[in-house]
Design a protein around this ligand. Structure first.
Ligand code: SF4
Ligand code: SF4
Length: 340
């Protein structure tokens, strides 16, 4: 879905007029309203001049989309500014045992790459490929310095640039991943972005609270792109102020990063060093020294921000991210934990 960008004034009565924002929220929560999946062109031979679809192609294509795509842009009053900086890209094999572990850790509802690929194969009337012929492409899109600075100054509710990033950034991510998935399907290669299918919906689950059946964060950890902090965000080499995305392809791609064993390797507090700046930043008391991140308290705060965003920023979105800015892990791995 391409949403018309407001160039020189605010949208009026966004609570009822921002249909794109509402549709995005429903898609995120209930899997409604996504465009129809692109169709597979079966038996499509490799044509002379077609690029080789290897790891370099995926890295270059994702970085190229972020550098030059017209949808990577803010709207009024920041019209003309980019949403994201250069991406980090990683790969996970479809038969990586970590996906079975996620069935235990996150819950049985979390898809394996094979399960989501089998859904796409069925849609297209073909047999699903074996798990070893599947890979997951994961990417990190760091937020701009201006957005991080704005949210760093916020003490109560998310800043306006952060709110726009939540909405326009998510839509941009869905658009460019769809372009890649459509291209792959036109080349006869099954591909799917799990978060824009009707089988994606967020629910409250026992043990883990609010969760979705495809966690970009856990996929990014699996791809070696970062580790979890006290705030539950993924701390990457470009910090935790970012948005993540991932999609599944019927290709054998080699992992290009080492995955740390310690899921908290980049968090100062978990590594026994003084910090907890994220706890100090949280306006909802949702992070505590011993209890780490209380997802229920966080969820409530994020949901309550909807009114603030509509009233002040004139878009239909919710968010927060205060704990991801003004902290040592905001735009890098905290210095004391950086490898020499
Ligand atoms: S602010 Fe400190 S304690 Fe919190 S996640 Fe970042 S490094 Fe960890
Ligand atoms: S996102 Fe906001 S409410 Fe949630 S833990 Fe971070 S600061 Fe607290």
């Amino acid at each position: 879905m391409v949403r018309r960008k407001m160039k020189d004034h605010y949208r009026k009565l966004s609570f009822i007029t921002d249909l794109g924002g509402m549709q995005s929220a429903l898609g995120e929560l209930r899997g409604f309203g996504h465009p129809k999946q692109p169709s597979l062109t079966p038996g499509c031979p490799h044509q002379p001049g077609d690029p080789v679809l290897d790891e370099n192609w995926f890295c270059g294509t994702i970085k190229g989309k972020i550098a030059g795509h017209p949808e990577n842009g803010m709207e009024y009053p920041f019209y003309g500014e980019r949403i994201f900086e250069e991406a980090l890209v990683g790969f996970v094999k479809g038969d990586d045992p970590i996906f079975e572990e996620y069935k235990e850790i996150i819950g049985p509802h979390h898809f394996t790459p094979w399960e989501i690929m089998a859904w796409q194969a069925k849609n297209n009337g073909v047999e699903p490929p074996p798990a070893e012929d599947i890979s997951v492409v994961s990417f990190v899109m760091p937020l701009t310095k201006a957005t991080r600075q704005d949210n760093k100054m916020a003490t109560d509710w998310l800043a306006e640039r952060w709110a726009q990033t939540r909405l326009h950034g998510e839509l941009f991510s869905q658009i460019f991943v769809r372009e890649i998935v459509t291209y792959l399907m036109s080349r006869g290669i099954l591909a799917v972005a799990p978060d824009v299918t009707p089988i994606f919906n967020k629910k409250r689950y026992p043990n883990v609270g609010w969760a979705s059946p495809w966690s970009h964060r856990h996929v990014a950890y699996a791809a070696g792109l970062g580790t979890f902090g006290m705030h539950d965000f993924l701390i990457t080499e470009k910090g935790c102020a970012h948005r993540l995305g991932s999609f599944v392809v019927n290709l054998r791609l080699q992992p290009n990063r080492e995955r740390p064993e310690d899921i908290h390797a980049n968090c100062l507090h978990y590594q026994g060093k003084k910090c907890l700046k994220c706890m100090e930043r949280c306006p909802a008391d949702a992070i505590s020294r011993d209890g780490a991140h209380d997802k229920e308290k966080c969820y409530k705060r994020v949901a309550d921000s909807l009114k603030h965003c509509n009233r002040n920023y004139h878009i239909f979105i919710y968010g927060c991210g205060l704990c991801a800015t003004g902290v040592p892990c905001e735009f890098q791995i905290p210095k004391p934990l950086q490898k020499k």
